[in-house]
Write a protein that binds this ligand. Structure first.
Ligand code: NIG
Ligand code: ZN
Length: 409
C-alpha cells in the first residue's frame, strides 16, 4: 500500500466553503489502499497504521485531485480542420453547419468508422489526457444519430471503461442534430429518439445521462423538454447544451428538470442564472468552444456571484473544441471567464464531479474517495495556471494505479 509523502501543497478541494475554497494542507501526505484513499493530512501527523506503507516521494510539489473533464465528445470519426480555416476567415459556426459541415460532417465520419477504429482513436486520447492529470472523462454520443450508430459509440465508451484505469461516464446525446435522412421530418426524428433510442440505451445500461443540444438551430425548449422527460422516466439524468449561441431558455429548462448540469451558457439570461442557482444545477464553462467559434466567452463571475457552482471542461470535439487539454481550458476560464486559479481548480475537480453526480466518490482528496490525484510541478494553483506550460503533470494516479509518471529533476 502506498503513501505519497513530501507534498509541498495538497489542494484537497473539499466541497464546503464555495468556489474558491480549496482547503490546502502544506507539507502533507496521502495514503491509499487499492482504489481508495485511507488518510490525508500533515506529514507530521501520519498515524502509526501507515508506518508500513510504501513511501512515494512527491518532491515537495503540489498534489491535486485527479482532474475531471465533465464534458467531451470523445469518440468521433475524421476531423474538421478545414472548418478551422473557414472560421478564421470569418465564416460562423452556424454558416458552416448550414452548408453540410459542422456536426453532420462528423456524423458522416463516425458512421464510416468501425467500432474498433473509434475505440483505438478514443483510447489514444485518454492516454494523453491521463498524462495531463485527468482521471475522469465524461463521454457523449451524438455523432451517430441512428439507433445502431448511437449504440456503437456508447459501446465504445463501455469498452473504454472496462479497459482503462480511468473513470468513464457515458452520456446519450441522440438529440444533437437532425440527421440527413430525417430532413424535413423533425417530429419523426424526435419520436425515434424517444421511442427507440432511449429505451435501447437504458435497456443496455449504456449511459447515465441524457443530453440535448437546446438551441434555435438544434432542438427547441419544448422539444428538449419532451426528450429529457422521456429520458428521466427511463432512468437517465438530464444534462443540457444550453444558451450557447442564443439565449433560448436552456438554463431555465435545466432548472425546471433539475438537470445535473447546464453547459456552455455563453448567452444565459439573468433569470436563467437565478433559476439554476435555486435548483442547484451546476454551470459548466467550455472556454475552448467559445475561443474556437470566436463567441464572447461566458463571464463565470456572474454565475459564481449568483450562487451557481461552476465547473470547467474541454468540450473536446473535432469542430468547436478540438483540444482535450483541460489545464488549458482552466487557464482560459481564468483569463476569459474571470475565475481565479483556485476557483478553476475546484471547477475541474469537485464541482465537475458534481456535474456528473459523482461528488460522493470523486473530485476531492478525502478518506473514502477514489485514489485519483496528480502531482503537479508547481508550488500552488495560482503559479501553475499563471505560468501555463505544455504539461506540468509529473505523475497521475487513477483508481490507485500510476497511469503516468515522468522523471523531472
Ligand atoms: N454545441 C453542440 N455540440 C458541440 C459541438 C459539436 C461539433 O461541433 O461537432 C459543442 O458542445 O460545442
Ligand atoms: Zn458539447
Amino acid at each position: 500500500m502506498p503513501i505519497l509523502k513530501n507534498i509541498g501543497f495538497l489542494a484537497t478541494c473539499k466541497e464546503e466553503g464555495g468556489q474558491g475554497a480549496i482547503h490546502p494542507i502544506r507539507n502533507a501526505a496521502v495514503a491509499w489502499k487499492e482504489e481508495t484513499i485511507q488518510w490525508a493530512g500533515k506529514e507530521t501527523n501520519i498515524p502509526d497504521t501507515y508506518a508500513e506503507y510504501e513511501p512515494v516521494d512527491a518532491g515537495g510539489k503540489m498534489v491535486i485531485p485527479g482532474l475531471i473533464d465533465c464534458h467531451t465528445h470523445l469518440a468521433f470519426g475524421g476531423w474538421r480542420s478545414d472548418e478551422f480555416t473557414m472560421r478564421v476567415k470569418g465564416k460562423s459556426y452556424l454558416d458552416i453547419a448550414k452548408t453540410g459541415g459542422g456536426i453532420l460532417s462528423t456524423v458522416r465520419g463516425t458512421r464510416n468508422a468501425s467500432e474498433e477504429e473509434l475505440y483505438k482513436k478514443a483510447s489514444s486520447f485518454l492516454e494523453k489526457m491521463s498524462a495531463l492529470g485527468v482521471t475522469t472523462v465524461e463521454c457523449k454520443s451524438g455523432y451517430g444519430l441512428s439507433v445502431k450508430e448511437e449504440l456503437k459509440i456508447l459501446r465504445v465508451y463501455r469498452r473504454l471503461s472496462e479497459t482503462h484505469p480511468m473513470h468513464i461516464v457515458s452520456t446519450f446525446l441522440g438529440a444533437h442534430a437532425i440527421p440527413p435522412e430525417y430532413e424535413g421530418d423533425r417530429e419523426g426524428y424526435i419520436d425515434l429518439v424517444i421511442e427507440e433510442m432511449i429505451p435501447a440505451v437504458s435497456g443496455e445500461d449504456l449511459a447515465e445521462f441524457c443530453d440535448v443540444f437546446t438551441e434555435e438551430s438544434a432542438f427547441s425548449v419544448r422539444e428538449s423538454r419532451r426528450i429529457l422527460f422521456a429520458a428521466q422516466v427511463a432512468g437517465l439524468t438530464p444534462k443540457i447544451h444550453a444558451d450557447q449561441l442564443t439565449s433560448c431558455g436552456g438554463g431555465e429548462l435545466a432548472a425546471e428538470l433539475k438537470a445535473a448540469s447546464a453547459d456552455h451558457l455563453e448567452k444565459i439570461s439573468d433569470n436563467g442564472i437565478e433559476a439554476m442557482a435555486d435548483a442547484g444545477v451546476v454551470g459548466v464553462m467550455l472556454p475552448l468552444a467559445s475561443l474556437y467559434t470566436q463567441e464572447k466567452p461566458l463571464n463565470c463571475r456572474k454565475l459564481v456571484e449568483g450562487g451557481v457552482k461552476v465547473a470547467v471542461a474541454t468540450d473536446f470535439n473535432p469542430g468547436s473544441a478540438p483540444s482535450y487539454n483541460l489545464p488549458l481550458a482552466m487557464m482560459l476560464s481564468c483569463n476569459q471567464g474571470r475565475l481565479t486559479p483556485e476557483e478553476a481548480l475546484k471547477g475541474a475537480t469537485i464541482y465537475a464531479a458534481k456535474a456528473l453526480n459523482r461528488d460522493h466518490e470523486l473530485g476531492s482528496i478525502e478518506k473514502g474517495k477514489s485514489a485519483d490525484f496528480a502531482v503537479i510541478n508547481a508550488p500552488n494553483p495560482n503559479f501553475w495556471i499563471y505560468h501555463f506550460q505544455p504539461n506540468d503533470c509529473i505523475m497521475t494516479v487513477s483508481k490507485g494505479e500510476v497511469t503516468h509518471s515522468e522523471d523531472r529533476k
